[in-house]
Design a binder for this molecule. Structure first.
Ligand SMILES: O=c1ccn([C@H]2C[C@H](O)[C@@H](COP(=O)(O)OP(=O)(O)OP(=O)(O)O)O2)c(=O)[nH]1
Length: 177
């Protein structure tokens, strides 16, 4: 079962879903719109040295033109996760129509993870993106069965509110509700 917008709001209030920062106007009938952070990593093939290179970019208000054939690693401004639901990170139809992919293949967020999401961005054609634009959406799904803790690379997360969030989050997780 997928959560409705009203249920997402309720579960954020109850602290079973964490979205930080959270703005009610970003809630959709079955999802929440996340925004693009200004930091991007451009991964490209350097044809002179024949090497794969990484370049750190910081988007300004003027935006930045994505080029086709290049992988950009972006990140959401929002820290998103849940101790109760599985999360799925998808694009928005309006952004998809502009030719922007936000995923290479994996859209699943495990229950028990809470972090800024990595976006694997590709452009089908040249397209300008802006920092803080509403670029995609996340939805939340009910689990069936025992929840085993995720042990992957996002296990350690960073947050200015880390101590408090850690506490609430692990309490919720331990209750396994
Ligand atoms: O586009 C994505 C897809 C997933 N995730 C995060 C959420 C998820 O909970 C975690 C792990 O996803 P997955 O199990 O697919 O990755 P893995 O390669 O199997 O393990 P890991 O990356 O944790 O080592 O990665 C993102 O940030 N962005």
């Amino acid at each position: 079962m997928i959560l409705t917008g009203a249920e997402i709001i309720k579960e954020v209030k109850e602290q079973y879903i964490f979205i930080e920062p959270f703005h009610k106007e970003n809630v959709n009938p079955n999802s929440y719109n996340y925004t693009l952070n200004k930091e991007l990593i451009k991964i490209y093939h350097d044809s002179i040295t024949n090497e794969i290179r990484e370049e750190k970019l910081s988007l300004t208000e003027q935006g930045y033109i994505l080029e086709p054939g290049i992988l950009y690693l972006g990140v959401t401004n929002e820290k998103i996760g849940s101790s109760k639901y599985a999360t799925s990170l998808i694009g928005r139809s309006s952004v998809g129509r502009l030719g922007i992919h936000l995923q290479i293949s994996a859209n699943l967020g495990h229950t028990g993870t809470y972090h800024r999401w990595t976006l694997e961005i590709r452009a089908a054609k040249k397209i300008r993106v802006y920092p803080n634009m509403k670029i995609g959406q996340v939805s939340f799904w009910c689990n069936q069965g025992q929840i085993d803790l995720y042990q992957g690379v996002y296990k350690e997360f960073n947050s200015p509110h880390k101590a408090i969030e850690d506490k609430i989050f692990s309490e919720r997780l331990n209750k396994n509700e």
